[in-house]
Ligand binder design. Structure first.
Ligand code: URA
Ligand code: SF4
Length: 209
């Protein structure tokens, strides 16, 4: 009997394509089931030859509607940290490990649901294609999902954050996901989390110079 087909985006990813063609092609991807309930795929955006690439987890509610990464609440935190680190968003490339929004419908609200390892693995071919096309020196992983996709192993952000990791000819820097800051209620605690995120982004900027 034939093996059931393994989920994976490979057959939808055009070979040797630049970002514009990849961005078109991703809308047809059926590499896992997440396409079915999302509004659209959200591909990466930014400088197509950036020295620094930022990888998040997956689009959120706002990104799913807008079709662009990090334009909602987490994006505002990210923009604040980038500004503090003196990094211009138009000089970097920003994307996600998973290109379709995974959520649970509760009444009218769509509640973010973490992508599973199966979705991260299925979607990795798109991220790899983006890395080939953009060819950044430094890849910043915003949170454990991005780190898992990029490094191919389980990463604990706490012990590994802010330390340049040599990986397949590039430098990888792991840091926290900006949305983690949205959950911090205490103002002082939130400020120190933002300071730490900014410091990690500075490490990445230095490595990409
Ligand atoms: N969180 C992410 O990981 N990516 C986005 O694009 C938005 C929120
Ligand atoms: Fe394809 Fe990724 Fe969307 Fe799954 S999440 S359908 S692998 S683009």
């Amino acid at each position: 009997m034939a093996e059931p087909e393994r989920p994976g985006a490979e057959r939808w990813v055009p070979e040797d394509a630049g970002i514009p063609r990849l961005r078109d092609a991703v809308q047809d991807c059926r590499g896992c089931e997440l396409w079915a309930h999302a509004t659209q795929a959200v591909f990466g955006d930014g400088h197509e030859k950036a020295r620094m690439m930022l990888v998040g987890e997956q689009p959120g509610d706002r990104e799913d509607l807008a079709g662009e990464p990090f334009v909602g609440p987490a994006g505002r935190v990210l923009d604040e940290a980038l500004e503090r680190a003196d990094i211009a968003r138009e000089e970097i490339y920003v994307t996600n490990a998973v290109k379709h929004f995974r959520f649970e419908q509760r009444g009218k609200r769509r509640i973010h649901e973490k992508p599973g390892v199966v979705h991260i693995d299925a979607c990795r071919a798109w991220l790899e294609a983006e890395m080939r096309a953009v060819d950044p020196r430094v890849v910043v992983c915003l949170g454990a999902t991005a780190a898992r996709s990029v490094l191919g192993r389980t990463v604990r952000v706490g012990p590994e954050r802010g330390q340049p990791i040599a990986h397949e000819g590039r430098t990888v820097v792991v840091t926290t996901h900006p949305s983690a800051l949205l959950r911090v209620r205490d103002t002082a605690e939130r400020e120190s989390a933002l300071v730490a995120l900014t410091a990690d982004l500075r490490v990445a900027a230095r490595e990409s110079a």
